[in-house]
Design a protein around this ligand. Structure first.
Ligand code: CA
Length: 239
């Protein structure tokens, strides 16, 4: 779990601090927000591996945050904290896209076990998708290991960043990526403020794809948010 980033959103300071203490013990990079609105801003702003989300918060509550993230195509793992008294809360939480829940009062050991399981699952999914030999989407064929791209069976030359951007999109069709998310994923952390870099790379990637195949718009602008890959195309893993 070391090096992972976990955001804790909990309006009860004692519970928040307790979780932070135990996460830090396990080498996790974490932050605590008491306010739902601020937490949502932070979750949109930078990359997190998991959010521990209290369901009942003042202002924007946990349900609203989770619903908003999912509507925006953000697949960030969500571990919901719910009150024991309410079965409905749990059901609602999972229905709107939480990945797991723990009921209050909880044991910290239990929460840490769930955190570990969720983070591990994300890693396994990533390894699985990295294990395939080639990807086909629309008229694009991608050999990930050789970093080779063909459109209509003709090779096109992409820069390493253009390739990484394409891969990032292709592996999550329909997911809306904010510019800062793409910076984190493709350039790494610490590039905040370089959002225009993303725009220019995406423009070049689009131009190259369009020159090879103008029948499909592959990378779609989501106004006011960012970009997504055309989700009308089905992704095929070619072994
Ligand atoms: Ca609460």
């Amino acid at each position: 779990m070391e090096g992972k980033r976990v955001l804790v959103v909990e309006d009860e300071p004692d519970i928040g601090q307790l979780l932070i203490m135990h996460l830090k013990d396990r080498g996790i990079d974490c932050q605590h927000f008491q306010d739902g609105r601020q937490a949502l801003i932070e979750l949109r702003r930078s990359h997190w591996d998991l959010v521990i989300l209290d369901l009942r918060l003042n202002g924007v509550d946990g349900l609203e945050i989770c619903r908003t993230l999912r509507q925006e195509g953000n697949a960030l793992p969500v571990l919901m904290l719910t009150a024991k008294s309410s079965e409905l809360d749990r059901v609602l939480g999972l229905e709107i896209g939480a990945d797991d829940y723990v009921t209050k009062p909880f044991s910290v050991v239990e929460v840490m076990a769930r955190v570990h399981a969720l983070l591990r699952r994300v890693d396994l999914d990533r390894q699985k998708s990295n294990g395939c030999v080639a990807l086909r989407v629309g008229n694009i064929w991608i050999d990930e290991a050789r970093r080779r791209v063909e459109v209509h069976s003709k090779a096109i030359e992409l820069t390493p960043k253009e390739f990484d951007l394409l891969l990032c999109f292709v592996c999550a069709p329909g997911q809306v990526f904010r510019r800062v998310q793409l910076l984190d994923q493709v350039w790494g952390f610490g590039y905040e403020g370089y959002e225009h870099t993303v725009n220019s790379h995406i423009n070049r990637l689009r131009t190259k794809l369009a020159q090879a195949d103008d029948s499909v718009e592959y990378v779609i602008t989501v106004w006011g948010v960012g970009y997504k890959f055309n989700d009308n195309l089905s992704l095929e893993h070619v072994a």
